[in-house]
Ligand binder design. Structure first.
Ligand code: SAM
Length: 273
């Protein structure tokens, strides 16, 4: 049975607006830590350590943990709790944190990113993290199950969309397991899931500018769900050019972006521009 006892000794004001759902289940904390594939010499960047539920377990296994927390009350508690060890607590917003600078400051080229994410900004965090993909060796995020399914969806599935392409452009994401609401205090309204991202760029030779331009193109492909690819793309290319390019890729004019994998989207983009 899931263990729900949790350290309540620390006086603490719960801030639901910051997406605070603390991982209270010892068995799930252990399952998660074991699923991360950490290395003893890793620098781990933890997003939103909260009350340190995972921070202590991370610190036991790796060389250095840098934990970034937005809530100043929690920052004070964490700083006292982790004084003098291999954990650095930073007061700040993950969305404005430069992971490359942070890694360099610790003498590392790349870091491992872990976070039980505040769900109100899941998508901006994921976009922000992938901007630092070359500096990330590995990554595992606890997200809403619905987001986990979108991140890992394959072409043809109803969950496949821009977020799937983004994740699969930079990594091989895998839904490791589902975590029920009862594992958290207070419990969220939705199920959660751990997604493990094996960082592997699909097109490692592409310049950063091309990567950004391709992702803008992908956004346009999925812009309006009820429209097919051709109709979405007429916002940026001439209709005849699109029809001809689709035909060159053995795709009918009625094809939808949801049916096309990352490699083929990349081929279409290169032929269109
Ligand atoms: N890691 C803890 C755990 O598993 O029990 C807490 C996870 S809780 C879902 C999310 C944490 O992220 C909270 O501690 C919250 O204060 C923090 N947070 C919210 N927005 C943040 C932001 N923009 N940058 C950094 N931390 C943030």
């Amino acid at each position: 049975m899931t263990q729900l006892r949790y350290n309540r000794r620390v006086a603490f004001q719960w801030r639901p607006k910051l997406g605070q759902h603390f991982l209270a289940s010892k068995s799930f904390r252990r399952r998660i830590i074991e699923a991360l594939g950490l290395r003893a010499d890793d620098l781990v960047i933890e997003i939103g350590p909260g009350r340190g539920a995972m921070t202590a377990l991370l610190a036991e296994r790796v060389k250095q943990v840098v934990a970034i927390e937005l809530d100043p009350t929690l920052v004070e508690v964490l700083k006292r709790q982790f004084q003098g060890g291999n954990v650095e607590i930073l007061a700040g917003d993950i969305l404005t944190t430069n992971l490359a600078d942070l890694s360099r400051r610790h003498g590392e080229e790349r870091c491992f990113v872990f976070g039980n994410l505040p769900y109100y900004i899941t998508s901006p965090i994921i976009h922000h993290l992938f901007e630092f993909a070359p500096w990330i060796r590995g990554m595992a995020l606890l997200v809403q199950r619905e987001v986990a399914e979108r991140l890992t969806a394959r072409p043809g599935s109803r969950d496949y969309g821009y977020l799937s392409v983004l994740a699969q452009f930079y990594s091989e994401p895998r839904l490791a397991f589902v975590v029920p609401p009862g594992a958290f205090v207070p419990p969220p309204k939705v199920q959660s899931a751990l997604v493990d991202f094996r960082m592997r760029a699909k097109f490692p030779d592409w310049a950063p500018d091309d990567q950004a331009r391709f992702l803008e193109f992908v956004k346009c492909c999925f812009a309006q769900k009820r429209k097919n690819l051709l109709n979405n793309l007429t916002a940026i290319f001439a209709r005849a050019h699109i029809v001809q390019t689709l035909a060159g890729h053995h795709l009918p004019p009625s094809v939808r972006a949801e049916e096309i994998g990352v490699e083929q989207l990349a081929g279409l983009w290169q032929a269109l521009v």
